[in-house]
Design a protein around this ligand. Structure first.
Ligand SMILES: [Zn+2]
Length: 317
C-alpha cells in the first residue's frame, strides 16, 4: 500500500487557532509528534491517538517547559512516559524541571551513567519524586493501542547498577555514552518513526541486524547530524522519506555535518548499493532520490501528523 506524504511549509498553518480546530476534529485519530526547537539538544513530544503523552529527552535547558505549555492542554500536568535517551546535558537538563512540575508515569532510560552535576540532579529528582524507572533494553515494547507500538531496539544491555556503580565505559564503543542511547521505533498503522538519540554509526552497524525492521518513514537523525552517525549502510535499510535534525544554530560542534547532509540529500537505495559495493572504484554517483531534511535551527518546531496512512510534516518557520 502506498503511503502519502505531504510536506507543508506554510507558517500560517502553525497557528493556535488552526491547530485548535484541527484538534477538535481529529482527536483520537491522529498521532502527533513535535520536534521542539530547544537549541542544541533533543526534545520530542509525542501525543498518541489514544491520548497518551510521551516526551523523549528534555533539551539543554528549561525551554522545554514553555514548549510543553504551548502544546499540551492548559490543565494537563500528566506525562505518561518520559524517555531519556542518554545522560548528556543536551538531553537531560530540561527533564529535571519536567519531573518536578509534571506527574510523570514512568521514566524509561538508558542505564549508561555519567558523573555530572545535572545528571546527578536528575537521578536525585527521580528518587525524591519516587518516579518509576525502567531501564531500556532491546526487545522491550510499549503498546499504546490497537495500531500503535513503540519498540525499543537499543541498547542491548541494561544491567548496570546505576545508583551504586560508576561506569562511564558502559558503552559498546569504549566510553561513549552516546552509544548507549535508547533507540526506538514508533509504529502507528503504516507509519513509522525511528529515533536513535545520539547513537553513532557503531550502533547503527549493530542495528543493521534488524534488517527491514528498521524501515521508517521518518528518521530522527542521530547525534544532531554529526558525521559519525547516519551511515550509508544504515540509511539504506531505514530508507526514510524525511529526516529531522534537532540542532542549534551556530553550535560549537559544527552540527549538522556537511557530509551527513550530503548523505541524506543525495540518498537513493540504488545509489547506496553501488557506493557500498564500489567505494574503491570511484564510480560516479548515480541520480539521487533524496531524503527531505528538516532541521530545528532553520525550521524551528517541526510537527508530524499521521493518521497511520497519510503523514504530514509542518514547519513553524
Ligand atoms: Zn546530544
Amino acid at each position: 500500500m502506498k503511503r502519502y506524504f505531504i510536506f507543508l511549509a506554510a507558517v500560517a498553518l502553525f497557528t493556535a487557532v488552526i491547530w485548535g480546530l484541527i484538534f477538535v476534529k481529529t482527536q483520537g485519530v491522529l498521532l502527533e509528534v513535535i520536534f521542539f526547537d530547544v537549541g542544541q539538544g533533543d526534545s520530542i513530544l509525542i501525543k498518541t491517538p489514544y491520548e497518551q503523552t510521551m516526551l523523549v529527552d528534555g533539551g539543554p535547558d528549561n525551554r522545554v517547559l514553555n514548549k510543553l505549555g504551548d502544546h499540551l492542554p492548559p490543565l494537563q500536568k500528566r506525562i505518561d512516559i518520559v524517555i531519556l535517551t542518554h545522560p548528556h546535558a543536551d538531553h537531560v537538563t530540561g527533564l529535571v524541571e519536567v519531573l518536578k512540575r509534571y506527574d510523570v508515569g514512568v521514566v524509561i532510560m538508558s542505564a549508561a551513567y555519567l558523573k555530572t552535576d545535572i545528571y546527578g540532579e536528575f537521578l536525585k529528582t527521580l528518587r525524591d519524586k519516587n518516579t518509576s524507572i525502567i531501564f531500556a533494553k532491546a526487545g522491550q515494547a510499549l503498546h499504546f493501542g490497537p495500531k500503535m507500538d513503540v519498540d525499543i531496539l537499543w541498547p542491548e544491555r541494561n544491567k548496570l547498577d546505576l545508583f551504586g556503580g560508576y561506569n562511564e565505559s558502559f558503552g559498546m564503543a569504549g566510553n561513549d555514552v552516546n552509544d548507549d542511547s535508547v533507540v526506538t521505533k514508533m509504529s502507528f498503522g503504516d507509519f513509522a518513526l525511528l529515533m536513535t538519540g545520539d547513537a553513532t554509526s557503531a550502533v547503527e552497524k549493530q542495528l543493521l541486524a534488524y534488517g527491514n525492521g528498521l524501515r521508517a518513514d521518518i528518521l530522527k537523525v542521530g547525534h544532531h547530524g554529526s558525521k559519525y552517525s547516519s551511515s550509508l549502510e544504515f540509511l539504506k535499510l531505514v530508507q526514510p522519506q524525511a529526516s529531522i535534525i534537532e540542532v542549534g544554530a551556530r553550535n560549537r560542534y559544527g552540527h549538522p555535518a556537511p557530509a551527513t547532509l550530503d548523505r541524506l540529500k543525495n540518498f537513493s537505495p540504488q545509489g547506496a548499493d553501488q557506493l557500498l559495493k564500489s567505494e574503491t572504484f570511484g564510480v560516479e554517483r548515480p541520480q539521487a532520490e533524496n531524503i527531505s531534511i528538516f532541521r530545528t535551527d532553520k525550521d524551528s518546531d517541526i510537527k508530524v501528523l499521521s493518521n497511520g496512512y497519510t503523514t504530514s510534516i509542518f514547519k513553524e518557520k
